[in-house]
Design a protein around this ligand. Sequence first.
Ligand SMILES: Cc1ncc(COP(=O)(O)O)c(C=O)c1O
Length: 490
Amino acid sequence: MISGKTARDTGRRRRAEDRGIEFSLSRDGQPIYLQICARFKAAIAQGHLRPGDRVPSVRSLASELGLSRGTATLAYQLLAEEGYFEFRGAAGTFVDFRHAQRAEKRSKNPAPPAEDRSGSPSNDLRPLRLGLPALDAFPRKTWNRLVGRHSRRMDAGDLAYPDSSGHGPLRERIAAYLGVSRGIVCSPDQVFITSGHRATLNLILRTLSRPDDIFWFEEPGYLIVREFLLSNGARLQPVAVDRDGLDVAAGVESAPHAKFAIVTPANQSPLGVMMSLERRQQLLRWAGAGERWIIEDDYDSEYRYNRRPPASLKSLDADERVLYTGSFSKVLYPGLRLSYLVVPSHEMGRFSQSSRLIDAGGPILHQAVIADFMQQGHFARHLKKMRGLYAQRRQMFADALHHVFGDRLDIISPAAGLHIVARPIGYSASDVAIAAQAQKMDLGLQALSPWHMGADPASGLLLGFTNVADAGEALKLASMMRDACGAAST
Ligand SMILES: Cc1ncc(COP(=O)(O)O)c(C=O)c1O
């Protein structure tokens, strides 16, 4: 039953298909066809093969493993008899839905996704998860049409190494968009495309920072950036945020020798406060007085619901001390992993050089698609639509919270951004305990206090409302939250 070829190949590890199923066949002991059965069963149990997946044909498995076709056929017949495989004639052989689903359920034990300290895995889709745009409202059809067109049109240039600073047409569209919407005068050469906000910060650190540089960091401030900077050896000085934004005088007092201030002036993360004009001017004066840099994180300034978005800090930057960062994560979708940085014209050379050193640039397909999406007016239309949708969903969820909690919950964030900050009143449990209880109930909300570095954190709950689709769901989620507050406090 084992061909001569099999005997030669005995013991070698071989990949059956590109699904990560590996066969390690041994000549000793169990017959080969049973070993094949066992490998397929294990692949199904571990979730590498799922119900409905097509498996290699008998002929290609036999050739891949150097077996006779008879051996492979025998294994497949046995797997079909036991209900693991289904033969569908010319369409091929598939993992059977019924049996495999049961087997998968019984023995699948997936590793939990990596969690950040906020208790929220990065691929979390649970209700009230922070920071996601409305995934049901993304214009997939238009987007996919543009993706299809670009894929079909691919020419030699698209196959070569890209520009490490980003795709030229997208840098042009970003510069034009920022000029009109954010009052930023810049050339496309000043725009650097990156694979996310941390990649943007990495580029800044590599270009301008030295170990032990001190950063003013908003208190409370964006948890992920805090951990990123600390892991890169930066020294962070927490600087309080009040109703006017970062308290610049407090920063000067506590860390006069800081080299960077990293701020979210349009929509403070996570409190939603807008930095006042006076504070902006103070901050710019501080930076202009020395070799200091302001990193303006303008991640979702587009979303302010009862007034026009504020001008960017960069638009007031006469001394060219502001490094402006933006992202497509909130205005399109975060799975894109595309963000950008605008650098002062006198720093373009240094940034180009370090972007070349860091890597050879990102894939251009989606960059080209975004450029067209912007140029053809879809981007502006999408933003306008989302502003209306989020204003409505925010109101709906706030109404549901009022209805369910009455005066036992205070909404403390303004009508902006993609989440609400709310403070439960009269519950004995901490925000961390409430969030942990809510997460057990499959809600994705987060506690506010871990976003502080200092000893006396404010308490609250961060509630992403953008995917709450209707009033019924809003009421259901608000009731679950009330149950979580109650259960955590008993
Ligand atoms: C404060 C803040 N800055 C920037 C970003 C954008 O990060 P990225 O572009 O890596 O998705 C986010 C996303 O949640 C954010 O909350």
